[in-house]
Design a protein around this ligand. Structure first.
Ligand code: 9D3
Length: 251
């Protein structure tokens, strides 16, 4: 997968290109990041990339011409090299919230372009002429699109075949879809008077699997009931959740 990143701060992307699972996937060529800086598409002496909003008020916008030139150059290069046009996405607080379903579907594309906003954002006409979709991380304010783009790229990389080590892949495969994960424990067996649940020490793999599934259902019910309302429980899951609720006094 090829991902184009239109950004005034390309150095920030070292946070994904140089570390961990994403760093390895990029070094191995599973994903190619193409960093494109609108500043390299300026013609004036000061290489200006910001501009004042019409109507006045505080703050600046991204300067239109270098931004559009950077988007079009990247779109054209990707279309020529991949044989199909990439979707162009603007990361912004006005976007639709990204979720794992979206990550899974978009990660199957050959290419994608993410536009990182800075200042107060971009001109409405650039949005209308260049952008296919607007994506947000959620209802909180961050200073620009780069950190949002990095979160999206990380999530996409994790979906590429071969990006995860064996142990991580196994984890993902066995994950109960749309449920929160069960509690996990490591050593010591007793920590400040709190003991590891004895079933995890029993060696009874069927009992451990059942306990984990019950805890995943119970944890989801307590912390994210919205996730359960959106799905149908199997009869087996209904029984496990009933047991959990009895054990936890319905709270
Ligand atoms: C004048 C009001 N602005 C500041 C409070 C609006 C505003 C402009 C630019 C708010 C944030 C930003 C920069 N944010 C992003 O580029 C961004 C973002 C976010 O802030 N929250 C959640 N997801 C995203 S994706 C990109």
């Amino acid at each position: 997968m090829k991902i184009g990143l239109i950004t005034l701060l390309p150095e920030m992307f070292a946070a994904i290109s140089d570390y961990g699972i994403c760093g390895r996937a990029i070094r191995e060529g599973l994903v190619e990041l193409k960093l494109v800086n609108p500043r390299d598409f300026t013609a004036d002496k000061h290489r200006t990339v910001d501009d004042k909003p019409f109507g006045g008020g505080p703050g600046m916008l991204m300067k239109t011409e270098p931004l559009v030139a950077a988007i079009r150059a990247t779109k054209d290069a990707f279309t020529r090299s991949m044989g199909s046009a990439p979707k162009v996405v603007y990361l912004s607080p006005q976007g639709v919230k990204v979720n794992q379903e979206k990550v899974v579907s978009e990660s199957q594309a050959a290419s994608l372009i993410l536009i990182c906003g800075r200042y107060q954002g971009i001109d409405q006409r650039v949005l209308e002429s260049e952008i296919d979709e607007e994506w947000s991380l959620g209802d909180f304010v961050i200073s620009g699109g780069e950190i949002a783009a990095m979160a999206v790229v990380d999530a996409m990389i994790r979906r590429q075949v071969g990006a995860l080590g064996d142990s991580d892949s196994a984890l993902q495969d066995s994950f109960e879809d749309d449920l929160l994960h069960c509690p996990e424990y490591t050593r010591p067996q007793s920590f400040e008077g709190r003991d590891v649940p004895s079933v995890l020490l029993s060696g009874d793999h069927a009992a451990i699997k059942r306990w984990r599934h019950k805890q995943a259902l119970g944890t989801t019910w307590r912390k994210r009931p919205d996730l359960l309302e959106a799905r149908e429980l199997t009869p087996e899951q209904r029984i496990l959740l009933d047991e959990y609720q009895k054990e936890h006094g319905d709270q």
